[in-house]
Write a protein that binds this ligand. Structure first.
Ligand SMILES: Cc1cc2nc3c(=O)[nH]c(=O)nc-3n(C[C@H](O)[C@H](O)[C@H](O)COP(=O)(O)OP(=O)(O)OC[C@H]3O[C@@H](n4cnc5c(N)ncnc54)[C@H](O)[C@@H]3O)c2cc1C
Ligand SMILES: *[C@@H]1O[C@H](CO)[C@@H](O)[C@H](O)[C@H]1NC(C)=O
Ligand SMILES: *[C@@H]1O[C@H](CO)[C@@H](O)[C@H](O)[C@H]1NC(C)=O
Ligand SMILES: *[C@@H]1O[C@H](CO)[C@@H](O)[C@H](O)[C@H]1NC(C)=O
Length: 509
């Protein structure tokens, strides 16, 4: 456990900070929203033509060759510094900026933005790591397929989900994002290109190594090699999700309902929202062809004039009644995008106002990357003191304990609850029980007046957020055995920083 003291500010700084905080929305509306729209439109048009011309697979070879060449040049120039990707700090989804990049040899992987091929026989899709979730659903859903797991925000990348981690409401069935992966293509520290994948019965040394590497990549944050493509499973889907909302009145009821729905094999999606320590909602979703049996109405929650999803959920369940409706699949997947979960209310306080939604809602949300790029340092200090952004992954039977800790220490609501199945497998996550265990992601995002004290209850933490752990606490949380073996075997220790040195407090600001 460690505490963080608010940094001292003088009176003038406080005033400037306050004014910027209060009036930031003017800048957001006049500049950020239009800029975000232009940015997204450009990518939409670009991806359309790349797909039409089918040029992505051919270009992939050239892009990989360029990365290999950069790694070879690093070797030949005497390995003076360690390597990392050249992706600029503001463009990632984590609210933090990396400091560690400055002193490193930056390998440019930014062009790896394309979907390469879909294999309808094997039910897989091969993509480059900078492909985003929004891009994948736009491509796959019209073909009648989806990824089994689609983490909610449009701009989350495949590379980030694999080298870090990714969860979503279908995790109760499929696990984490890494568990829907079939193979990783990587450029290693010696400039070679390898394919790490799972083997049922590895028969040669080479196969055993690739099998081990496959399990070593998740959570390694790019400290074993550069990911250049990933093969992901796909499943057939249907155009709607039939979503049923169950209000809960106590924390015990929440835990019990969440468990019951998460363990029900007929459900595809299960998530919970807590609006206060006691009051919450469990939502369970199933694929559907629409309201053919008159059990509910279609609600296109993704349209620009619709309420932010979490407020819709809260309003729907105020009466305490169970409610069912049909949501178009893509709008369901990106239900938390428009309001960036509930982060947008701190940035555009009236963003959920009905007039604003009708007039300007079609430009929301602003891109997180552009928000980061344009946040002045004084304002960042303010956010730093008051903002909590934490995802704790804990066994479901520790939910009560975890919520009580968060309630005592930060008291930020809503809280996102996303159950997922953690299989017993090798890797950085310690779960070797021999069977799958139901975990839950407890996501706490928002502004708090309470002092930020981060405690870790038994479980593990997503590393994109603020971590105040010491090196030994970190390696107590995660298992280093395979990781260390791979680092030695593939000469990573000279080539990449240790994962702790990328995610610790000192490495980011
Ligand atoms: C508001 C908010 C909401 C969120 N919601 C969700 C959610 O719903 N579900 C969820 O799972 N997560 C969520 N996250 C967390 C998310 O998992 C992290 O932000 C994560 O870091 C993904 O960001 P990114 O795609 O920009 O990847 P990055 O931050 O760029 O990458 C993550 C790590 O992987 C490494 N990496 C990336 N690409 C490569 C590559 N090609 N080769 C080698 N290394 C690479 C990077 O160096 C970095 O260390 C949320 C975060 C925020 C801020
Ligand atoms: C790395 O560089 C050294 C000398 O600079 C060279 O001998 C070696 O073959 C290079 N390794 C690779 C994998 O290119
Ligand atoms: C970064 O590089 C500078 C100059 O080369 C060096 O003095 C400094 O120690 C380096 N910092 C780290 C953290 O390696
Ligand atoms: C939940 O946790 C609180 C505090 O940690 C404890 O007092 C309470 O008895 C727990 N409830 C259940 C049902 O375990």
């Amino acid at each position: 456990m460690s505490a963080k003291e608010p940094s001292a500010l003088n009176a003038f700084e406080r005033q400037v900070e306050w004014i910027m905080f209060r009036f930031r929305w003017i800048f957001v509306i006049l500049f950020l929203l239009p800029a975000s729209l232009i940015f997204d439109s450009y990518h939409f048009v670009r991806n359309y033509f790349i797909y039409k011309l089918q040029s992505a697979p051919r270009a992939h070879g050239r892009k990989v060759a360029r990365i290999k060449r950069q790694v070879r040049e690093w070797n030949e120039s005497g390995k003076k510094t360690k390597m990392c990707t050249a992706r600029s700090g503001w463009s990632t989804m984590s609210f933090r900026f990396p400091l560690y990049k400055k002193n490193m040899t930056q390998i440019n992987t930014d062009q790896l933005v394309d979907i390469l091929e879909i294999d309808e026989k094997a039910l897989t899709v091969r993509v480059e790591p900078m492909v985003t979730m929004g891009q994948i659903t736009r491509f796959l859903l019209p073909l009648g397929y989806t990824l089994p797991i689609v983490p909610e925000l449009d701009d989350l990348t495949v590379g980030g989900m694999i080298n870090g981690c990714g969860v979503e409401a279908s995790g109760r069935k499929y696990g984490m994002f890494q568990h829907i992966c079939v193979a990783y293509e990587l450029v290693m520290a010696d400039g070679s290109l390898v394919t790490a994948k799972k083997f049922k019965n590895p028969s040669t040394q080479e196969e055993t190594d690739m099998h081990t590497l496959f399990f070593g990549i998740p959570w390694s944050h790019g400290t074993l090699g550069f990911l250049v493509s990933a093969t992901l499973r796909i499943i057939p889907c249907r155009p709607f999700v039939k979503l049923t909302y169950y209000p809960t009145k106590t924390l015990e009821e929440m835990e019990a309902t969440l468990r019951e729905e998460a363990e029900n094999r007929e459900n595809e999606f299960v998530e919970g929202l807590l609006f206060s320590k006691d009051r919450g909602v469990v939502m369970r979703g199933r694929f559907s062809d629409g309201p053919i049996d008159n059990t509910g109405k279609i609600n296109s929650i993704g349209r620009w004039y619709k309420k932010w999803f979490y407020t819709h959920v809260e309003d729907l369940t105020k009466t305490g009644k169970v409610h069912t409706e049909f949501i178009p699949l893509r709008e369901y997947y990106h239900r938390h995008s428009k309001s960036i979960f509930w982060e947008l209310k701190e940035i555009v306080p009236f963003g959920n106002n009905v007039v604003f939604r009708w007039l300007l809602g079609w430009m929301c949300p602003p891109k997180i990357s552009l928000l980061k790029l344009t946040t002045p340092p004084t304002l960042r200090k303010l956010y730093d003191r008051k903002h909590v952004l934490q995802d704790m992954l804990v066994p479901l039977d520790r939910l009560n304990e975890t919520i009580n800790v968060f309630h005592k220490e930060v008291e930020v609501y809503p809280i996102w609850l996303c159950p997922f199945n953690q299989p017993s497998c090798p890797g950085m996550v310690r779960q070797r029980s021999g069977k799958s265990i139901m975990y839950v992601d407890v996501g706490v995002y928002g502004i708090t007046e309470k002092k930020k004290i981060m405690t870790h209850t038994k479980g593990f933490q997503m590393m994109y957020a603020d971590t105040y752990m010491t090196r030994s606490e970190f390696w107590e949380m995660f298992d280093s055995s395979i990781y260390d073996w791979l680092r030695t075997k593939y000469q990573c220790t000279q080539a990449f920083p240790d994962v702790y040195d990328k995610v610790c407090k000192a490495a980011r600001y």
